[in-house]
Design a protein around this ligand. Structure first.
Ligand code: PRP
Ligand code: URA
Length: 212
């Protein structure tokens, strides 16, 4: 994408179909959670395409042969609490050995600025691929703050995966962290005055956890 060189919009037909159901205000909580999980899995398949490989010998029932396996340090997935939690299990199904960190941030409803309340990430962050998860990239404040927290603790190779992004959020995250590639199922139109993505899907945390 010309304006956002580090943004990948993964618009596979299955993702688009599931995203439409996710946006639907009539979609109940259980299905919403399942759809977040399924879309994340499809995105994670793409994002992990660049994981490093090494050659390894394997004995088939018939003969020895050479195969490949993921090399290097275990992947780290870091959901931004709360809504990012809904995306973790999908990545772990693809990469069961991945380590899981957590970053707790919420948006101040007045200023829309992120407020940090928790951060715990896997040990030895250097040389480890980090995938930060949050369904929504709105103003970009939460994503940029989460990436800063990871970098302060030594993470260097970071990707950000969301389901819906606003242009404002992509701009903010890209300007703050040009080295971080962003993966999304959709680049939506804009933010409204309350910082919600349009057309978006509403409040992802509330819809996942049934809190409104
Ligand atoms: C939502 C969402 C992101 C953030 C995005 O979380 O899950 O973390 O808003 O907005 P931004 O790009 O403008 O920072 P929220 O702050 O509502 O917290 P919650 O997940 O606990 O509901
Ligand atoms: N957070 C959400 O959950 N939804 C939005 O549209 C914006 C921020």
């Amino acid at each position: 994408m010309k304006e956002f060189p580090n943004l990948t919009v993964t618009d596979h037909p299955l993702i688009q179909h599931k995203l439409t159901k996710l946006r639907d205000r009539e979609t109940p909580k259980k299905l919403f959670k399942e759809l977040v999980d399924e879309i994340t899995l499809l995105l994670a398949y793409e994002v992990t395409r660049e994981l490093p490989l090494e050659s390894v010998e394997v004995d088939t029932p018939l003969e020895p042969t050479m195969g490949k396996r993921i090399s290097g340090k275990k992947l780290a997935v870091v959901p931004i609490l709360r809504a990012g939690l809904g995306m973790v299990e999908a990545v772990l199904r693809l990469v069961p050995s991945a380590r899981v960190g957590h970053v707790g941030l919420y948006r101040d409803e007045e200023t829309l600025d992120p407020v940090e309340y928790y951060c715990k990430i896997p040990a030895e962050p250097e040389g480890r691929m980090f995938i930060v998860l949050d369904p929504m990239l709105a103003t970009g404040g939460s994503a940029a703050a989460a990436v800063s927290l990871l970098k302060e603790r030594g993470a260097r190779e970071i990707r950000f995966v969301c389901l819906v992004a606003a242009p404002e959020g992509v701009r903010t995250l890209s300007q703050a962290h040009p080295d971080v590639s962003i993966w999304t199922a959709s680049l939506d139109r804009e933010l409204n005055d309350q910082g919600y993505i349009l057309p978006g899907l509403g409040d992802a945390g509330d819809r996942l956890f049934g809190t409104r």
